[in-house]
Design a protein around this ligand. Structure first.
Ligand code: GTP
Ligand code: MG
Length: 259
């Protein structure tokens, strides 16, 4: 882990928010639902006996039947809602949950937690109906916590993304790490291409207009040629191409998903 100090700071924010909140909304990326479930968040919620709902966000980026399968699987453990901060998907269902929660207690404080960049701030803006929290494709946008009033007795708490103790490469594959800050962007991009090749090869073809066959390195090279990311001698700039692929994944331009 590159920044243990930051990691500790974020975990302490999560702990504080969890102590203040009566309910937790864990936001996950619907494209990689199980990789973005956050064990720290789920563990802390369990320890503190807080009700936890899983918001399967970015559902606009996945097929309906895949979303349904994910929801069914997650609901074996926690109540879940398919949601998109970019469309109107799930907004009614989530509002209904919030309404019901607000009847249970005088004041309801919902901690919105999860990995960086899964869309926590965007979900809050969608619920509020306007921009109250800052969002960005750049992981690590939200730095401190922010209390947002949704109704006279309902509050949402926006939080910085929480990362568990894991390698930067794994975080980058979750879209939770800035590609420029990777020590080995090429290796990471190759891992991502391998995953995408195994699940939704066509998304590579569609985005980069390439034949997505071959080893990950062949594919990365084809992408570089197609983008015309070449070095002076004419060979592919693998570093630059890798970062572009990783950003396309973060931004949802690469339409891949897996369980
Ligand atoms: N397609 C799509 N993109 C989304 C959705 N929700 C968020 N995004 C995008 O995902 C990126 C991250 O969104 P944020 O709301 O900033 O995510 P966050 O979890 O608050 O991120 P941090 O504050 O960095 O932890 C932005 O580029 C959003 O536009 C969604 O439902 N669908
Ligand atoms: Mg945020």
């Amino acid at each position: 882990m590159e920044k243990p100090r930051e990691w500790l700071r974020e975990k302490s924010i999560a702990k504080k928010v969890l102590s203040n909140a009566n309910v937790v909304f864990e936001v996950i990326d619907g494209r990689i639902p199980f990789e973005t479930r956050n064990s720290v968040v789920e563990q802390l919620a369990k320890e503190r006996n807080k009700k936890l709902y899983i918001i399967i966000n970015k559902a606009d980026l996945i097929p309906k039947d895949f979303g349904k399968k994910v929801k069914k699987e997650i609901e074996k453990e926690f109540p879940a809602v398919l949601f998109s901060a970019k469309s109107n998907l799930g907004i009614k269902n989530l509002n209904k949950i919030i309404d019901e929660l607000s009847k249970e207690k005088k004041i309801i404080k919902i901690g919105v937690l999860g990995y960086p960049n899964v869309g926590k701030s965007s979900v809050i803006n969608k619920l509020k109906g306007r921009k109250v929290a800052t969002t960005s494709p750049k992981p690590g946008m939200t730095r401190g916590e922010q209390l947002i009033k949704l109704a006279p007795n309902v509050f949402l708490i926006d939080t910085p993304g929480i990362i568990t103790l894991e390698f930067q490469e794994d975080l980058a594959l979750k879209g939770s790490w800035i590609p420029e800050k990777l020590e080995q962007p090429i290796e990471t991009a190759l891992k991502l291409i391998e995953k995408i090749s195994n699940h939704n090869k066509n998304s590579l073809k569609e985005l980069y207009n390439i034949d997505p066959s071959g080893e990950p390195l062949d594919i990365l090279e084809k992408i570089g040629y197609s983008l015309n990311f070449l070095k002076k001698g004419g060979e592919v700039d693998l570093d630059r191409t890798s970062k572009k692929v990783l950003w396309d994944w973060i931004k949802g331009n690469l339409k891949a998903y897996w369980m």
